[in-house]
Design a protein around this ligand. Structure first.
Ligand code: MF3
Ligand code: CO
Length: 262
């Protein structure tokens, strides 16, 4: 299998799309408050992407997806559809997933927000999920087996008695929203792929407090935990560099170096 290696010109374009996705996640933070409805959040992001960033919200119309972003609350694992009747309340844990298309290249990122304050379990879930993503970033460099990303995430999450969703994975990204390779967040077959400089892909673990099993809702998009336990997700798009990786979707509030050196 041949994994796309990006040229410097492509990297520049993907870097811009990724920065735009990160900027939307920063911009929307002040709106994640009690009594806000999720369609309003969708609308604010949509208008910002179109009118300020002069870009395209990549989720809108993707395989028939009806909205510009995904908003996944509490037991929703991913692909929650914004709706005027879905109202944020104190204690909710909320994932917002933003994908941007600009100059024909994509960028993709998501993070968790807490509506004011939440349970110890909810906070712990968000922290462990974020830590699992950062831990995987810390081992990336050319020459390592792709497999190591998934095993690192799964081992860390299970050590903390949470579970990793297996039905969705990270993905190569560039001129296509989703391309090779698939990035598993658990120990699985990586087809012998080894990381190379200038590969670009997302890592986006979904972690549940209960079992890893999921259920697709009747709208054919919303995915919930089967046991209705809480679920969290963080997603970064990253570039494999000479000696580590660059976090292309780093946000203002993130307390990390954009470069993980190995
Ligand atoms: N951003 C998601 C991803 O990481 C895409 C969700 S597909 C959508 O691949 F259509 F639901 F938005
Ligand atoms: Co993605």
């Amino acid at each position: 299998m041949t994994i796309p290696i990006k040229t410097n010109q492509e990297i520049e374009k993907i870097r811009l799309s990724c920065q735009l996705a990160a900027n939307v996640l920063d911009m929307i933070e002040e709106y994640i408050i009690p009594n806000m409805n999720t369609e309003k959040i969708n609308q604010i992001c949509h208008d910002y992407i179109k009118n300020v960033q002069k870009a395209i919200p990549a989720c809108l119309g993707y395989r028939g997806y009806p909205k510009s972003i995904c908003i996944s609350i509490n037991d929703v694992v991913c692909h929650g559809i914004p709706n005027t009747k879905k109202i944020l309340k104190i204690g909710d844990i909320v994932n917002i997933d933003i994908a941007i298309l600009k100059n024909q290249y994509y960028g993709d990122a998501s993070r968790m927000y807490i509506v004011q304050k939440t349970s110890i379990l909810g906070k712990r879930l968000c922290q462990i999920t974020l830590n699992s993503l950062y831990l995987s970033l810390s081992i990336i460099k050319p020459g390592i087996p792709l497999k190591k990303i998934g095993t690192t995430i799964q081992k860390y999450v299970e050590k903390h008695d949470f579970s990793v969703v297996q039905e969705y994975c990270g993905h190569g990204i560039g001129k296509n929203f989703h391309e090779e390779p698939q990035i598993l967040h658990y120990e699985g077959d990586d087809q012998g792929i080894v990381l190379k400089k200038n590969m670009i892909f997302t890592i986006e673990p979904m972690v549940n407090t209960g079992s890893r099993e999921i259920k697709l809702m009747k709208d054919q998009w919303t995915v919930k935990t089967k046991d209705r336990s809480l679920s969290a997700q963080y997603e970064h798009t990253i570039l494999v560099t000479e000696n580590g990786c660059e976090v292309l979707t780093k946000q203002y509030q993130e307390n990390i170096s954009k470069f993980f050196i190995n």
